[in-house]
Design a protein around this ligand. Structure first.
Ligand code: HEM
Length: 137
């Protein structure tokens, strides 16, 4: 992850944050359209779940250049996700739903460079979570 990717991800997340509830709803609509089997993994109120998701992405985006803070938080998140029934392949589905949501939400601001930067950042988050999910709890 270079500084340009981090900056692009931060700038575009700033554009999404004011519409965070709508973005979260779009994200889950995209996710469940891609794989309806994921619906029953979510047990609680989806508006609250959307807020937690957006807060966690905000935290990750703000700490991208502080890996000693970010990586343990992501590792714990990944371990908790194993307990929710989340498997490795689901991370690809979530990644596609995330990029689709960014494309829908950002419009013309969703450039190829922005797509590349988010792909890279999501890749780091997902691989950290997946690796932690394989460790003994
Ligand atoms: C960027 C990657 C992800 C982030 C930032 C993220 C964030 C979160 C957060 C903050 C929570 C609240 C509970 C907690 O903190 O443990 C949560 C719960 C959950 N996430 Fe994720 N998540 C990610 C990837 C995924 C993936 C790949 C799936 C697979 C479908 C998934 C499914 C779930 C489920 C099922 C719950 C529990 C919902 C419930 O208890 O009703 N997440 N996630």
């Amino acid at each position: 992850m270079n500084d340009t990717s981090i900056q692009l991800v931060r700038e575009t997340f700033d554009l999404v944050e004011p519409i965070a509830p709508q973005a979260a709803a779009m994200f889950y609509a995209n996710l469940f359209a891609a794989d309806p089997l994921l619906v029953p993994l979510f047990k609680g109120d989806m508006a609250a779940q959307g807020r937690r998701l957006m807060q966690m992405i905000a935290l990750a985006v703000s700490k991208l250049d502080e890996p000693t803070t970010l990586m343990p938080a992501l590792a714990q998140l990944g371990q908790r996700h194993a307990g929710y029934g989340v498997r490795d392949a689901h991370y690809d589905t979530v990644g596609v739903a995330l990029l689709t949501t960014l494309r829908q939400g950002l419009g013309v601001a969703y450039t190829p460079e922005v797509e590349e930067a988010w792909t890279e950042v999501y890749g780091v988050i997902a691989s950290t979570m997946k690796a932690a999910a394989k460790l003994p709890a």
